[in-house]
Design a protein around this ligand. Structure first.
Ligand code: SF4
Ligand code: SF4
Ligand code: SF4
Length: 503
């Protein structure tokens, strides 16, 4: 075998004095790290630090350590940069990775703080006062017509009000993750949870498995460049339809589901041959202008009985102008995916070096649409590493209507962010199609955990609203005055429309 210069990233250490020799670690590891010969024998070079074996070892005798090889100091050529060169010299190929951009670019959410009421404008106690988190996804009317209600009051005029909006119990949805990139049991968990929470999940670009038909009122169906699984029936089923133009983790490039993950069920749902690579092209070959996009939006509306149609784009340099064009093309919502958004597989160079933070994109798009007087014509969904209820509140204060979570949802199902989804061997049964692994996710259990997560964040959002002295999430949307920056540069503050703390 040809010698590689890349040494194992992790060391699997077993305290054999405590080990029961039960072999559970062998069975739990999706990457085949362990041999077993009277006791478990790890091959360090295969370990992804997913911690499945650590979690399930009954003797708690496994530790995974970073392989702290000493490299000669060089601030320019980091150890990771050197390893990447060696790997590419080994293979001659593009380095693949998965999950979101882990690089230490500025995390803007962490440099924003929220306001709170003190003496005047008293705060509100969310345990005693009603707090409205309901949000409506879609185009809002330019004006509202009212008529007398016959009792001395007024009501919305017949036919006035919001048409074809999708009601969400909380301003949060599950982001697109295709069946194929994640297992069917993950989709089942997401669908069950979405139904119970009164929110939406999103098929991603892989179509809707028939097991999820009962949950179709809580599903956004996606139309991506590969058109996998897209039929007139699919469009009829979705609560809303989403045209995927771009993805935060890999702006400007298409998708690639390796053939190993295309089993019989995935192939039937995607309508492609079993075992074939599912490669979606970088562009939609019928969209080369805003006019083309408009045609597709209205074709999808007509095919679906005028359902809400949104457009998902990656956050890139000129995102505000792009969003303006999309709204003018007739989209009912824009999905902005920041550069920290997750992925099942992407070239590392694209994930780590292309795109902009979602915080900047939200503020720039919200402001542009307001300046043009068209903010009411589309909702903004923000995604790309929403890690907590605090991130959710800050995204809404910057101008988002709704946030979408993908990585946080998978974390709640056990994901340990080992960034190895593209291998198809996920020990946690999430990003794999291997039956012995996928059965590790029980949909009822998964739905309960997802429901807990969203309920917890909703309670925390109510606490934040109470502290701000508002009783509806609507009042927080675009309230940048309720944010302050700590340690952000003047230009960034200007783009965000946020003052520095103390002002
Ligand atoms: S799971 Fe733990 S106790 Fe069982 S064989 Fe592996 S290391 Fe030993
Ligand atoms: S890959 Fe995961 S399960 Fe396998 S040895 Fe490493 S930490 Fe354990
Ligand atoms: S989904 Fe699985 S493979 Fe992907 S990062 Fe999480 S634990 Fe690793």
């Amino acid at each position: 075998m040809q010698q590689t210069y890349v040494q194992p990233e992790f060391r699997v250490k077993i305290d054999y004095d405590k080990c029961h020799k039960c072999g559970r670690c062998v069975q739990q590891c999706g990457w085949g790290v362990y041999d077993f010969n009277e006791r478990p024998l790890p091959h360090d070079e295969k370990c992804r630090a997913c911690h499945r074996c650590v979690t399930y070892c009954p003797a708690h005798c496994i530790t995974i350590e970073k392989n702290t090889l000493a490299f000669r100091d060089n601030d320019n050529w980091s150890a990771d940069a050197r390893k990447a060169v060696w790997r590419q010299a080994d293979t001659g190929g593009v380095l693949l990775t998965s999950m979101g951009n882990p690089r230490p670019y500025e995390r803007i959410f962490d440099k924003l703080v929220l306001d709170a009421c003190q003496v005047t404008n008293p705060s509100i106690d969310p345990l005693r006062e009603p707090m409205e988190l309901r949000t409506f996804l879609g185009r809002k009317p330019d004006s509202v017509a009212v008529e007398m209600d016959g009792k001395g009051g007024y009501r919305l005029a017949e036919g006035a009000g919001m048409k074809n909006n999708v009601e969400l119990a909380v301003p949060l949805i599950f982001g697109p993750m295709s069946y194929g990139s994640v297992s069917l049991n993950v989709h089942r968990s997401l669908a069950l949870a979405a139904e119970r929470l009164g929110i939406l999940m999103n098929t991603g670009e892989g179509g809707l498995h028939e097991d999820l038909y009962p949950y179709q009122d809580n599903v956004i169906v996606q139309v991506a460049s590969g058109r996998f699984g897209v039929t007139p029936e699919l469009l009829q089923r979705g609560a809303a339809i989403e045209i995927k133009i771009g993805q935060g983790a890999k702006p400007g490039i298409g998708g690639h589901l390796p053939g190993e993950k295309v089993d019989r069920e995935v192939s039937a749902t995607r309508m492609i041959p079993q075992g074939s690579d599912a490669i979606s092209p970088a562009p939609h070959h019928d969209i080369y202008s805003i006019e083309d996009l408009r045609q597709l939006i209205f074709a999808l509306k007509e095919a679906s009985g005028y359902k809400t149609v949104g457009v998902k784009i990656a956050a890139v340099h000129n995102v505000a102008a792009i969003a303006s064009g999309i709204v003018r093309a007739g989209a009912d919502y824009i999905y902005l995916d920041g550069f920290r958004g997750g992925t099942g597989a992407a070239p590392a160079v694209v994930r780590d070096h292309i795109g902009i933070p979602v915080e900047i994109a939200i503020a720039a798009v919200d402001q542009r649409l307001r300046d043009e007087g068209i903010r009411n014509q589309a909702s903004i969904i923000a995604a790309g590493s929403i890690r907590s209820s605090a991130d959710m509140a800050k995204a809404i204060a910057l101008g988002a209507d709704v946030v979408a979570i993908g990585t946080a949802a998978l974390l709640s199902l056990g994901c340990h962010l080992c960034q190895s989804c593209h291998t198809g061997n996920c020990s946690w049964g999430i990003t794999t199609q291997k039956p012995e692994l996928t059965r590790r996710i029980d949909p009822e259990w998964g739905a309960a955990r997802l429901t807990n997560l969203v309920n917890a964040w909703s309670h925390e959002l109510q606490e934040i609203l109470g502290a701000l002295g508002v009783n509806a999430v609507e009042s927080l949307r675009g309230s940048r005055e309720r944010l302050r920056a700590i340690g952000l540069g003047e230009q960034t503050c200007r783009i965000l429309g946020v003052k520095p703390a103390g002002m």
